[in-house]
Write a protein that binds this ligand. Structure first.
Ligand code: ATR
Length: 278
């Protein structure tokens, strides 16, 4: 795509940022939709983040994504932060407004829920039952906020560090019950979500016994390398509906893209293949 002088600009602020799939993902949509715009990687050291952040409106950026390690700093620096991002404690999307001020959003909760419902519309029914969430890191915060807001009656939160899990429960609020790994209770659950890095290639396996999990419970792993983790393969083999993690990445990007470039992009099978090949 050849840009004009009026091209709209966005990008991803991170350090390092070379591994990010976001430029490829947004580039695909820009290309398919024929938009006069660009989305670029913006490698920014932590000590330079504040000055680069403040320069975005001055450089004519429509907004940006924020990734590791800047998500907490972005929450502090934004002129206004949506309530959901405050609860999650991280901003992953910036929108530059007409007056040059910066709005901070977190689109991960939307991405998680949208991925679940688009992959298995029947998941909506299972949200009336307890959900089990493994992990209490940044991704878990977004997943749990989405589940609380969807009205899930009970969230069993399992994490190696209980202190971190208790802090998450206090920050997000809602019907969250913190449990230890050795007390993992899958009985009656409608949804099981892995948000830990266990099972990711190069990491230790996620070794849990699924025998108590109801067969109609949806199993979602937010790890997407490999796309079908050992957890998803084992869940699939016993008949559970499964949801891989790639869709969450794609769906969380939809909200930012439409705000910056003014068009609603689509999440398609072709896009999934394209992003996976990077
Ligand atoms: P993200 O932002 O992707 O959620 P993170 O904040 O680093 O990443 O969180 C990683 C999650 O994986 C945490 O829940 C972490 O557990 P702790 O909070 O106890 O550290 C979990 N995790 C990572 N490695 C683990 C391991 N070997 N055993 C158990 N849990 C692990």
């Amino acid at each position: 795509m050849i840009l004009s002088g009026k091209a709209r600009l966005a990008g991803v602020l991170g350090w390092p940022v070379g591994h990010s799939r976001s430029p490829r993902l947004h580039g695909y949509w820009l290309d398919r939709l024929g938009i006069d715009g660009a989305y670029v990687p913006l490698p920014v050291r932590p000590e330079d983040f504040a000055s680069v952040f403040r320069a975005l409106p001055k450089m004519g950026f429509a907004g940006a994504n924020v990734t590791v390690p800047h998500k907490e700093q972005a929450l502090i620096l934004a002129d206004e932060v949506e309530p959901l991002a405050k609860r999650i404690g991280a901003v992953n999307t910036l929108v530059v407004r007409e007056d040059g001020s910066i709005l901070g959003l977190n689109t991960d909760a939307f991405g998680f829920m949208q991925n679940l419902l688009e992959t298995h519309p029947a998941s909506l029914g299972t949200l009336n039952r307890p959900a089990v969430v493994l992990g209490a890191g940044g991704a878990a915060r977004a997943v749990i906020a989405a589940l609380v807001d969807a009205g899930v009656p009970e969230i069993r939160l399992v994490n190696r560090s209980l202190e971190r899990a208790e802090k998450l429960a206090a920050d997000i609020g809602g019907p969250i019950r913190v449990q230890q790994w050795d007390r993992l209770d899958l009985a009656g659950a409608g949804l099981l979500v892995n948000t830990t890095s266990l099972g990711m290639s190069g990491q230790p396996p996620l070794d849990i016994d699924l025998s108590a999990l109801p067969q109609d419970a949806v199993v979602n792993d937010i790890v997407y390398v490999p796309l079908l983790t050992d957890l998803l393969l084992r869940a699939q083999a016993r008949g559970n509906p499964v949801v891989d993690g790639l869709g969450m990445l794609l769906w969380q990007a939809v909200r930012g893209f439409s705000l910056w470039f003014g068009q609603q992009p689509e999440v398609t099978a072709d896009l999934r293949d394209f992003v996976l090949k990077s």
